[in-house]
Design a protein around this ligand. Structure first.
Ligand code: 4AD
Ligand code: MG
Length: 430
Protein backbone atom coordinates (compact mmCIF):
# COMPACT_ATOMS: atom_id res chain seq x y z
CA UNK A 1 0.00 0.00 0.00
CA UNK A 2 1.39 3.41 -0.97
CA UNK A 3 1.02 6.00 1.78
CA UNK A 4 2.36 9.42 2.70
CA UNK A 5 4.36 9.90 5.88
CA UNK A 6 1.57 12.06 7.31
CA UNK A 7 -0.78 9.06 6.96
CA UNK A 8 1.33 6.33 8.58
CA UNK A 9 -0.45 6.89 11.88
CA UNK A 10 -3.48 5.18 10.32
CA UNK A 11 -1.43 2.12 9.36
CA UNK A 12 0.02 0.84 12.61
CA UNK A 13 1.29 -2.71 12.07
CA UNK A 14 0.70 -2.60 8.29
CA UNK A 15 3.31 -3.01 5.63
CA UNK A 16 3.39 0.22 3.61
CA UNK A 17 5.43 1.73 0.80
CA UNK A 18 6.53 5.35 0.96
CA UNK A 19 8.03 7.42 -1.85
CA UNK A 20 10.73 9.46 -0.15
CA UNK A 21 14.04 11.29 -0.19
CA UNK A 22 16.88 10.50 2.14
CA UNK A 23 17.37 13.48 4.46
CA UNK A 24 20.06 11.92 6.61
CA UNK A 25 21.54 8.56 7.54
CA UNK A 26 23.39 6.91 10.41
CA UNK A 27 24.70 3.40 10.27
CA UNK A 28 26.83 1.13 12.35
CA UNK A 29 27.75 -2.53 11.91
CA UNK A 30 24.45 -4.26 11.45
CA UNK A 31 21.93 -1.47 11.61
CA UNK A 32 21.18 1.64 9.54
CA UNK A 33 18.82 4.49 10.42
CA UNK A 34 17.40 6.31 7.41
CA UNK A 35 15.84 9.70 8.00
CA UNK A 36 13.21 9.87 5.30
CA UNK A 37 11.13 12.80 4.14
CA UNK A 38 8.34 12.98 1.60
CA UNK A 39 7.17 16.58 1.97
CA UNK A 40 4.37 15.65 4.35
CA UNK A 41 6.70 14.77 7.20
CA UNK A 42 9.73 12.87 8.41
CA UNK A 43 10.00 9.24 9.52
CA UNK A 44 12.92 7.08 10.53
CA UNK A 45 13.42 3.84 8.62
CA UNK A 46 15.32 1.15 10.51
CA UNK A 47 17.27 -1.32 8.38
CA UNK A 48 18.54 -4.47 10.09
CA UNK A 49 21.24 -6.34 8.20
CA UNK A 50 20.09 -9.73 9.38
CA UNK A 51 16.48 -9.23 8.39
CA UNK A 52 16.88 -7.88 4.88
CA UNK A 53 18.35 -9.14 1.61
CA UNK A 54 22.05 -8.67 0.97
CA UNK A 55 21.19 -6.38 -1.94
CA UNK A 56 18.94 -4.19 0.19
CA UNK A 57 21.61 -3.90 2.86
CA UNK A 58 24.14 -2.74 0.26
CA UNK A 59 21.63 -0.20 -1.03
CA UNK A 60 21.04 1.14 2.46
CA UNK A 61 24.78 1.54 2.99
CA UNK A 62 25.28 3.37 -0.33
CA UNK A 63 22.33 5.75 0.00
CA UNK A 64 23.35 9.39 -0.27
CA UNK A 65 21.64 12.57 0.88
CA UNK A 66 18.58 13.48 -1.25
CA UNK A 67 18.57 10.18 -3.14
CA UNK A 68 15.00 9.29 -4.10
CA UNK A 69 13.56 5.89 -3.33
CA UNK A 70 10.58 3.73 -2.48
CA UNK A 71 10.82 2.31 1.01
CA UNK A 72 8.66 -0.60 2.12
CA UNK A 73 8.35 -1.51 5.75
CA UNK A 74 6.03 -2.14 8.65
CA UNK A 75 4.82 0.74 10.78
CA UNK A 76 5.73 0.61 14.45
CA UNK A 77 4.86 2.99 17.21
CA UNK A 78 7.87 4.75 18.71
CA UNK A 79 7.19 7.28 21.43
CA UNK A 80 10.68 8.78 21.10
CA UNK A 81 10.38 9.52 17.36
CA UNK A 82 9.27 13.07 16.50
CA UNK A 83 6.44 11.66 14.38
CA UNK A 84 5.62 8.99 16.98
CA UNK A 85 6.24 6.22 14.43
CA UNK A 86 9.06 4.27 12.88
CA UNK A 87 9.36 2.04 9.85
CA UNK A 88 11.04 -1.37 10.04
CA UNK A 89 12.33 -1.60 6.49
CA UNK A 90 11.74 -4.74 4.45
CA UNK A 91 12.55 -3.48 0.96
CA UNK A 92 14.31 -0.56 -0.71
CA UNK A 93 13.96 0.48 -4.34
CA UNK A 94 16.20 3.28 -5.53
CA UNK A 95 14.68 5.78 -7.96
CA UNK A 96 17.83 7.85 -8.27
CA UNK A 97 21.06 7.98 -6.36
CA UNK A 98 21.90 11.69 -5.84
CA UNK A 99 25.58 12.57 -5.89
CA UNK A 100 27.14 15.60 -4.20
CA UNK A 101 23.95 17.31 -3.06
CA UNK A 102 25.17 20.86 -2.57
CA UNK A 103 23.34 21.68 0.67
CA UNK A 104 24.92 19.63 3.42
CA UNK A 105 24.15 19.72 7.13
CA UNK A 106 27.08 22.12 7.64
CA UNK A 107 26.54 25.89 7.66
CA UNK A 108 26.23 27.66 4.32
CA UNK A 109 26.28 31.37 3.51
CA UNK A 110 22.99 33.05 2.63
CA UNK A 111 24.02 33.88 -0.95
CA UNK A 112 24.95 30.25 -1.54
CA UNK A 113 21.61 29.12 -0.17
CA UNK A 114 19.75 31.71 -2.23
CA UNK A 115 21.56 30.49 -5.37
CA UNK A 116 20.25 27.03 -4.48
CA UNK A 117 16.79 28.16 -3.45
CA UNK A 118 15.25 25.43 -5.66
CA UNK A 119 16.92 22.87 -3.36
CA UNK A 120 16.93 24.90 -0.14
CA UNK A 121 13.12 24.64 -0.10
CA UNK A 122 13.58 21.02 0.99
CA UNK A 123 15.25 21.90 4.27
CA UNK A 124 13.12 21.64 7.38
CA UNK A 125 13.30 25.33 8.27
CA UNK A 126 12.23 26.54 4.84
CA UNK A 127 9.62 23.86 4.79
CA UNK A 128 8.17 25.09 8.09
CA UNK A 129 8.08 28.72 6.96
CA UNK A 130 6.27 27.90 3.73
CA UNK A 131 3.75 25.76 5.60
CA UNK A 132 3.02 28.73 7.83
CA UNK A 133 2.61 30.79 4.65
CA UNK A 134 0.06 28.25 3.45
CA UNK A 135 -1.83 28.51 6.76
CA UNK A 136 -1.91 32.32 6.50
CA UNK A 137 -3.30 32.02 2.97
CA UNK A 138 -5.97 29.53 4.03
CA UNK A 139 -6.86 31.70 7.04
CA UNK A 140 -7.19 34.73 4.76
CA UNK A 141 -9.70 32.98 2.51
CA UNK A 142 -11.63 31.72 5.53
CA UNK A 143 -11.72 35.09 7.27
CA UNK A 144 -13.03 37.05 4.31
CA UNK A 145 -15.42 34.39 3.09
CA UNK A 146 -16.83 34.04 6.62
CA UNK A 147 -17.35 37.80 6.82
CA UNK A 148 -19.34 38.19 3.62
CA UNK A 149 -16.56 39.25 1.24
CA UNK A 150 -16.40 38.08 -2.38
CA UNK A 151 -13.01 37.41 -3.94
CA UNK A 152 -12.48 39.47 -7.05
CA UNK A 153 -9.31 39.27 -9.14
CA UNK A 154 -7.99 42.59 -10.43
CA UNK A 155 -5.82 42.60 -13.57
CA UNK A 156 -2.04 42.35 -13.40
CA UNK A 157 -1.39 44.18 -16.66
CA UNK A 158 -2.61 47.72 -16.26
CA UNK A 159 -2.65 50.91 -18.27
CA UNK A 160 -1.97 53.20 -15.30
CA UNK A 161 -0.29 53.36 -11.93
CA UNK A 162 -2.16 52.87 -8.66
CA UNK A 163 0.39 53.97 -6.08
CA UNK A 164 2.58 56.52 -7.89
CA UNK A 165 4.77 56.40 -10.94
CA UNK A 166 8.28 56.05 -9.55
CA UNK A 167 8.41 52.30 -9.00
CA UNK A 168 6.43 50.94 -11.96
CA UNK A 169 7.52 47.98 -14.03
CA UNK A 170 7.07 49.01 -17.60
CA UNK A 171 6.24 46.58 -20.39
CA UNK A 172 4.78 46.69 -23.89
CA UNK A 173 1.15 45.82 -24.48
CA UNK A 174 1.44 45.18 -28.21
CA UNK A 175 2.18 48.68 -29.51
CA UNK A 176 1.04 50.44 -26.35
CA UNK A 177 2.62 50.97 -22.94
CA UNK A 178 1.54 48.94 -19.95
CA UNK A 179 2.65 48.32 -16.37
CA UNK A 180 2.68 45.41 -13.98
CA UNK A 181 0.23 46.05 -11.17
CA UNK A 182 1.57 47.70 -8.00
CA UNK A 183 -1.80 47.28 -6.33
CA UNK A 184 -5.24 46.12 -7.42
CA UNK A 185 -6.93 48.75 -5.31
CA UNK A 186 -8.44 50.98 -7.97
CA UNK A 187 -10.11 47.96 -9.55
CA UNK A 188 -11.20 46.69 -6.15
CA UNK A 189 -13.03 49.99 -5.63
CA UNK A 190 -15.00 49.28 -8.78
CA UNK A 191 -15.65 45.76 -7.50
CA UNK A 192 -16.83 47.06 -4.10
CA UNK A 193 -19.43 49.18 -5.91
CA UNK A 194 -20.68 45.97 -7.54
CA UNK A 195 -20.45 43.50 -4.62
CA UNK A 196 -20.30 45.60 -1.43
CA UNK A 197 -17.43 43.80 0.25
CA UNK A 198 -14.62 42.30 -1.81
CA UNK A 199 -11.05 41.13 -1.40
CA UNK A 200 -8.25 40.30 -3.76
CA UNK A 201 -5.18 38.21 -3.27
CA UNK A 202 -2.53 38.47 -5.90
CA UNK A 203 0.97 39.52 -6.86
CA UNK A 204 2.15 43.13 -6.78
CA UNK A 205 5.27 44.45 -8.48
CA UNK A 206 7.37 47.35 -7.27
CA UNK A 207 10.51 48.42 -9.11
CA UNK A 208 11.84 49.94 -5.90
CA UNK A 209 15.58 50.25 -5.69
CA UNK A 210 15.36 49.24 -2.04
CA UNK A 211 17.63 46.59 -0.66
CA UNK A 212 16.22 46.19 2.81
CA UNK A 213 15.12 43.15 4.75
CA UNK A 214 11.49 44.23 4.23
CA UNK A 215 11.41 44.75 0.48
CA UNK A 216 10.60 42.35 -2.31
CA UNK A 217 10.28 43.36 -5.94
CA UNK A 218 7.42 40.90 -6.40
CA UNK A 219 5.20 40.27 -3.39
CA UNK A 220 1.66 39.12 -2.66
CA UNK A 221 -0.97 41.44 -1.33
CA UNK A 222 -4.43 40.94 0.15
CA UNK A 223 -6.63 43.92 -0.66
CA UNK A 224 -10.09 44.12 0.87
CA UNK A 225 -12.37 46.98 -0.16
CA UNK A 226 -15.70 47.84 1.46
CA UNK A 227 -18.57 50.05 0.33
CA UNK A 228 -20.42 52.01 3.06
CA UNK A 229 -17.37 51.73 5.31
CA UNK A 230 -15.52 54.57 7.00
CA UNK A 231 -12.01 54.96 8.36
CA UNK A 232 -12.89 53.63 11.85
CA UNK A 233 -14.70 50.54 10.59
CA UNK A 234 -11.81 49.86 8.25
CA UNK A 235 -9.41 49.69 11.21
CA UNK A 236 -11.69 47.22 13.01
CA UNK A 237 -11.66 44.83 10.07
CA UNK A 238 -7.87 45.07 9.93
CA UNK A 239 -7.26 44.32 13.60
CA UNK A 240 -9.71 41.43 13.58
CA UNK A 241 -8.13 39.99 10.44
CA UNK A 242 -4.56 40.25 11.74
CA UNK A 243 -5.50 38.75 15.12
CA UNK A 244 -7.24 35.91 13.32
CA UNK A 245 -4.15 35.18 11.20
CA UNK A 246 -1.93 34.98 14.26
CA UNK A 247 -4.39 32.80 16.19
CA UNK A 248 -4.75 30.43 13.24
CA UNK A 249 -1.00 29.99 12.99
CA UNK A 250 -0.77 29.44 16.75
CA UNK A 251 -3.56 26.87 16.62
CA UNK A 252 -2.46 24.99 13.50
CA UNK A 253 1.30 25.39 13.16
CA UNK A 254 2.89 24.60 16.53
CA UNK A 255 5.40 22.09 15.07
CA UNK A 256 6.41 24.61 12.40
CA UNK A 257 6.78 27.46 14.90
CA UNK A 258 8.93 25.17 17.00
CA UNK A 259 11.05 24.15 14.01
CA UNK A 260 11.95 27.78 13.33
CA UNK A 261 12.44 28.60 16.99
CA UNK A 262 9.73 31.26 17.22
CA UNK A 263 9.06 32.67 20.68
CA UNK A 264 5.29 32.21 20.70
CA UNK A 265 4.67 34.12 23.92
CA UNK A 266 4.94 37.31 21.86
CA UNK A 267 2.35 36.00 19.40
CA UNK A 268 -0.07 34.92 22.10
CA UNK A 269 -0.54 38.59 23.04
CA UNK A 270 -1.76 39.51 19.56
CA UNK A 271 -5.46 40.10 20.09
CA UNK A 272 -7.70 42.90 18.81
CA UNK A 273 -8.21 45.77 19.50
CA UNK A 274 -4.87 47.34 18.61
CA UNK A 275 -3.76 50.78 19.83
CA UNK A 276 -4.08 53.80 17.55
CA UNK A 277 -1.82 56.83 17.58
CA UNK A 278 -2.05 59.76 15.22
CA UNK A 279 0.79 60.84 12.97
CA UNK A 280 1.00 64.06 15.03
CA UNK A 281 1.48 62.04 18.22
CA UNK A 282 4.02 59.84 16.49
CA UNK A 283 6.07 62.90 15.49
CA UNK A 284 6.05 64.22 19.06
CA UNK A 285 7.04 60.81 20.33
CA UNK A 286 9.92 60.50 17.86
CA UNK A 287 11.26 63.93 18.75
CA UNK A 288 11.22 62.94 22.42
CA UNK A 289 13.08 59.75 21.52
CA UNK A 290 15.85 61.86 20.02
CA UNK A 291 15.03 61.71 16.30
CA UNK A 292 16.06 65.28 15.51
CA UNK A 293 15.96 64.76 11.76
CA UNK A 294 12.19 64.25 11.50
CA UNK A 295 9.80 67.14 10.84
CA UNK A 296 6.03 67.26 10.58
CA UNK A 297 5.28 66.42 6.94
CA UNK A 298 8.05 63.85 6.50
CA UNK A 299 7.26 60.23 5.77
CA UNK A 300 8.59 57.66 8.21
CA UNK A 301 11.56 55.46 7.45
CA UNK A 302 12.24 52.04 8.94
CA UNK A 303 14.07 53.37 12.05
CA UNK A 304 11.10 55.62 12.85
CA UNK A 305 8.59 52.81 12.41
CA UNK A 306 10.69 50.50 14.56
CA UNK A 307 10.99 53.08 17.34
CA UNK A 308 7.23 53.61 17.40
CA UNK A 309 6.36 49.91 17.26
CA UNK A 310 8.87 49.00 19.97
CA UNK A 311 6.63 50.80 22.38
CA UNK A 312 3.85 48.25 21.98
CA UNK A 313 3.42 44.50 22.39
CA UNK A 314 0.81 44.33 19.65
CA UNK A 315 0.63 45.99 16.22
CA UNK A 316 -0.11 49.71 16.36
CA UNK A 317 -2.06 51.88 13.91
CA UNK A 318 -0.48 55.19 12.99
CA UNK A 319 -3.37 57.23 11.64
CA UNK A 320 -3.90 60.43 9.67
CA UNK A 321 -0.66 61.07 7.84
CA UNK A 322 -0.04 64.37 6.04
CA UNK A 323 -1.92 64.56 2.76
CA UNK A 324 1.25 65.31 0.83
CA UNK A 325 3.06 62.05 1.71
CA UNK A 326 0.16 59.74 0.82
CA UNK A 327 -1.55 58.57 -2.36
CA UNK A 328 -3.90 60.78 -4.38
CA UNK A 329 -7.05 58.79 -3.61
CA UNK A 330 -7.08 59.18 0.19
CA UNK A 331 -9.91 61.16 1.75
CA UNK A 332 -8.90 64.30 3.64
CA UNK A 333 -9.95 64.47 7.28
CA UNK A 334 -13.16 66.59 7.27
CA UNK A 335 -11.82 68.41 10.35
CA UNK A 336 -8.50 69.45 8.76
CA UNK A 337 -7.49 68.84 5.20
CA UNK A 338 -3.72 68.69 5.76
CA UNK A 339 -4.11 65.06 6.88
CA UNK A 340 -5.92 62.10 5.36
CA UNK A 341 -8.13 59.35 6.80
CA UNK A 342 -5.54 56.64 6.53
CA UNK A 343 -3.56 54.28 8.73
CA UNK A 344 -0.45 52.18 8.51
CA UNK A 345 -0.36 49.14 10.77
CA UNK A 346 3.11 48.67 12.25
CA UNK A 347 4.02 45.21 13.49
CA UNK A 348 5.94 44.75 16.74
CA UNK A 349 9.55 43.56 17.07
CA UNK A 350 10.81 45.90 14.35
CA UNK A 351 8.89 44.41 11.43
CA UNK A 352 7.50 47.74 10.27
CA UNK A 353 4.44 48.40 8.14
CA UNK A 354 2.38 45.33 7.34
CA UNK A 355 -0.79 47.14 6.24
CA UNK A 356 -1.49 50.39 4.44
CA UNK A 357 -5.11 51.47 4.18
CA UNK A 358 -7.46 54.43 3.96
CA UNK A 359 -10.90 55.80 3.39
CA UNK A 360 -11.10 56.83 -0.28
CA UNK A 361 -12.23 60.11 -1.76
CA UNK A 362 -15.85 59.65 -2.80
CA UNK A 363 -16.60 63.17 -4.00
CA UNK A 364 -16.37 63.64 -7.78
CA UNK A 365 -15.26 67.28 -7.70
CA UNK A 366 -12.58 66.67 -5.12
CA UNK A 367 -11.29 63.67 -7.06
CA UNK A 368 -11.13 65.82 -10.21
CA UNK A 369 -9.05 68.37 -8.27
CA UNK A 370 -6.73 65.58 -7.14
CA UNK A 371 -6.32 64.45 -10.73
CA UNK A 372 -5.19 67.95 -11.64
CA UNK A 373 -2.84 68.24 -8.69
CA UNK A 374 -1.25 64.85 -9.47
CA UNK A 375 -1.28 65.45 -13.26
CA UNK A 376 -3.37 62.32 -13.84
CA UNK A 377 -4.31 63.34 -17.35
CA UNK A 378 -4.04 59.85 -18.84
CA UNK A 379 -7.43 58.63 -20.15
CA UNK A 380 -6.59 55.34 -18.41
CA UNK A 381 -7.92 56.97 -15.22
CA UNK A 382 -11.29 57.99 -16.65
CA UNK A 383 -13.12 54.91 -15.43
CA UNK A 384 -11.96 55.55 -11.84
CA UNK A 385 -13.56 59.01 -11.92
CA UNK A 386 -16.80 57.47 -13.15
CA UNK A 387 -17.05 55.44 -9.92
CA UNK A 388 -17.60 58.84 -8.24
CA UNK A 389 -20.13 59.87 -10.84
CA UNK A 390 -22.57 56.97 -10.75
CA UNK A 391 -23.80 56.31 -7.22
CA UNK A 392 -20.74 57.20 -5.20
CA UNK A 393 -20.64 56.00 -1.57
CA UNK A 394 -18.20 56.27 1.36
CA UNK A 395 -15.77 53.40 1.06
CA UNK A 396 -12.51 52.18 2.53
CA UNK A 397 -9.99 49.42 2.14
CA UNK A 398 -6.48 48.27 2.83
CA UNK A 399 -3.61 46.15 1.61
CA UNK A 400 -1.76 43.60 3.73
CA UNK A 401 1.65 42.51 2.47
CA UNK A 402 1.61 38.73 2.85
CA UNK A 403 5.36 38.31 3.14
CA UNK A 404 5.77 41.16 5.65
CA UNK A 405 3.09 39.56 7.81
CA UNK A 406 4.75 36.14 7.58
CA UNK A 407 8.21 37.53 8.37
CA UNK A 408 6.76 38.99 11.54
CA UNK A 409 4.68 35.95 12.54
CA UNK A 410 7.70 33.67 11.97
CA UNK A 411 10.16 36.12 13.55
CA UNK A 412 12.55 36.02 10.57
CA UNK A 413 15.56 38.23 9.99
CA UNK A 414 14.74 38.79 6.34
CA UNK A 415 11.68 38.71 4.11
CA UNK A 416 13.46 36.57 1.48
CA UNK A 417 12.61 33.33 3.29
CA UNK A 418 8.85 33.96 3.30
CA UNK A 419 8.29 33.42 -0.44
CA UNK A 420 9.30 30.33 -2.44
CA UNK A 421 11.31 32.19 -5.08
CA UNK A 422 12.08 35.74 -3.93
CA UNK A 423 12.62 38.52 -6.45
CA UNK A 424 15.10 40.94 -4.92
CA UNK A 425 16.96 43.96 -6.23
CA UNK A 426 19.89 41.83 -7.37
CA UNK A 427 18.20 38.49 -7.79
CA UNK A 428 15.89 36.86 -10.31
CA UNK A 429 17.54 33.40 -10.11
CA UNK A 430 16.35 30.73 -9.58
O1 4AD B 1 1.15 50.66 1.58
P1 4AD B 1 0.97 50.08 0.22
O2 4AD B 1 1.80 50.63 -0.87
O3 4AD B 1 -0.59 50.26 -0.10
C1 4AD B 1 -1.21 49.97 -1.25
O4 4AD B 1 -0.71 49.46 -2.22
C2 4AD B 1 -2.69 50.27 -1.20
N1 4AD B 1 -3.17 50.43 -2.57
C3 4AD B 1 -3.38 49.14 -0.48
C4 4AD B 1 -4.87 49.34 -0.40
O5 4AD B 1 -5.31 50.23 0.29
N2 4AD B 1 -5.63 48.52 -1.10
O6 4AD B 1 1.20 48.52 0.28
C5 4AD B 1 0.42 47.72 1.14
C6 4AD B 1 1.30 46.74 1.89
C7 4AD B 1 2.36 47.37 2.77
O7 4AD B 1 1.83 47.74 4.02
C8 4AD B 1 3.38 46.26 2.88
O8 4AD B 1 2.95 45.31 3.85
C9 4AD B 1 3.29 45.60 1.53
O9 4AD B 1 2.04 45.96 0.95
N3 4AD B 1 4.38 46.05 0.66
C10 4AD B 1 5.48 45.32 0.40
N4 4AD B 1 5.85 44.09 0.82
C11 4AD B 1 7.03 43.61 0.37
N5 4AD B 1 7.85 44.28 -0.47
C12 4AD B 1 7.52 45.52 -0.91
N6 4AD B 1 8.32 46.16 -1.75
C13 4AD B 1 6.27 46.09 -0.47
N7 4AD B 1 5.64 47.24 -0.72
C14 4AD B 1 4.49 47.20 -0.02
MG1 MG C 1 2.30 51.96 2.64
Amino acid sequence: MNVRISEVKNHLGDEVTIGAWLANKRSSGKIAFLELRDGTGFIQGVVLKNEISEENWETAKELTQESSLYVTGSVREDKRAPSGFELTVTDLEIIQMAHDYPITPKEHGVEFLMDHRHLWLRSSRQHAILRIRNEVIKATYDFFNDHGFIKVDPPILTGSSAEGTTDLFHTKYFDRDAYLSQSGQLYMEAAAMAFGKVFSFGPAFRAEKSKTRRHLIEFWMIEPEMAFCDHEENLKVQENYVSYLVQRVLNHCQPELKAIGRDTTRLEKIKAPFPRISYDEAIDFLKKEGFDDIEWGDDFGSPHETAIAEHFDVPVFVTKYPTKVKAFYMKPDPERDDVVLCADLLAPEGYGEIIGGSQRIDDLDLMKKRYEAFHLTDPAYQWYLELRQYGTVPHSGFGLGLERAIAWICGLDHIRETIPFPRLLNRIYP
